[in-house]
Ligand binder design. Structure first.
Ligand SMILES: NC(=O)c1ccc[n+]([C@@H]2O[C@H](COP(=O)([O-])OP(=O)(O)OC[C@H]3O[C@@H](n4cnc5c(N)ncnc54)[C@H](OP(=O)(O)O)[C@@H]3O)[C@@H](O)[C@H]2O)c1
Length: 295
């Protein structure tokens, strides 16, 4: 078996075209385009690459961006003041605090300053609560939650395969609040039976061997072996690592592709769709705010 490449390109292109139209309608309705404010502190090189991709994608669909570049070592109070200003700015629809933030800044504390309706990465406590209070996919869609972008991308990639999800065993390796944990929740809302693994999980090989759907979000190569994959499994590799100067996922694509039915490429799988769901959340946030303001 050779796995089919799970790129989500059709989904991403379709969504971006739809978002372009929605952004244009909003611009006509209220006189200003949807606006995303990005706070980048300290110029982390990894974040800079991702930042450029976000800016490019925003331009493509007609979302205006402002980048607040702050130096490492900036006092926390100053960051809070900026966040409060952006939170109150009627023209700003979405706010992102680029992570990681340099020490001693505390990202968790800073994130609390983002108003939930502008939390387009779905990372504030309020939004997280809204998401985890839902038990079904439909419930999430009807709720006010803004879903974390990478988890949303992963769940949509799984749906793209048309493989059965309800009642199947989904294994998510990695329990971060931004990727692994919300992905596990979304898959549970799609009625999969979910196992969430982490660095202390025992018998990872046996757990993975029983996965109909496998999501890897470790940020490490060489842990999950392609030979562990259940034949025919849907495999989503969210990992972004560098090996010999190349970007690679968590799983060795060769052996994984020989067993999986679907496998996301790295790069070109989860990453681009994550950016699309950031655009999605920004336009959605702008529509909701406009509806509240203009009625
Ligand atoms: N493509 C995209 O758009 C996108 C977006 C975000 C992140 N990413 C990538 O996704 C990866 C994960 O990101 P993250 O922010 O979730 O990372 P993270 O916060 O470092 O979390 C990594 C998780 O992997 C687990 N882990 C580490 N070593 C393990 C092992 N040997 N066995 C089992 N589990 C292990 C950790 O377990 P513990 O909890 O026990 O420490 C932790 O839960 C990274 O490569 C990141 O670059 C991609």
């Amino acid at each position: 078996m050779t796995a089919q490449a799970l790129k989500g390109k059709t989904l991403s292109d379709g969504l971006r075209a739809e978002l372009h139209e929605r952004a244009q309608s909003l611009t006509e309705e209220r006189g200003t385009p949807p606006q995303l404010a990005i706070i980048a502190i300290g110029g982390d090189p990894g974040s800079q690459v991702y930042l450029r991709k976000k800016l490019e994608a925003c331009r493509e669909v007609g979302v205006e961006t402002t980048v607040e570049s702050l130096p490492a070592g900036i006092p926390e109070a100053k960051v809070f003041r900026l966040m409060a200003k952006l939170g109150q700015d009627p023209d700003v629809d979405g706010i992102i605090l680029d992570q990681p933030v340099p020490e001693p800044l505390d990202a968790a504390r800073l994130l609390e300053a983002i108003p939930p309706e502008k939390d387009v990465e779905g990372v504030t406590p309020h939004n997280t609560g809204r998401l985890y209070l839902q038990k079904s996919w439909e419930g999430i869609r009807r709720s006010e939650a803004l879903v974390p972008c990478t988890a949303n991308a992963i769940a949509h990639l799984v749906l793209e395969t048309k493989a059965e999800v309800a009642g199947r065993h989904a294994v998510v390796v990695g329990r971060s609040t931004i990727v692994g944990r919300p992905t596990a929740h979304l898959l549970s809302c799609l009625d999969a039976t979910v196992t969430l693994c982490h660095s202390r999980s025992r018998h990872l090989d046996r757990v993975i061997a029983s996965a109909d759907i496998l999501v890897c979000a470790l940020g490490k190569t060489g842990v999950v072996q392609g030979s562990w994959i259940k034949p025919g499994a849907v495999v989503v590799d969210a990992g972004v690592n560098t090996a010999d100067g190349a970007v690679v996922g968590d799983i060795d694509a060769g052996p994984a592709s020989a067993r999986a039915s679907w496998l996301t490429p790295v790069p070109g799988g989860v990453g681009p769709l994550t950016v699309t769901f950031l655009l999605f959340n920004t336009v959605l946030a702008a529509e909701r705010r406009t509806k509240k303001t203009l009625g």
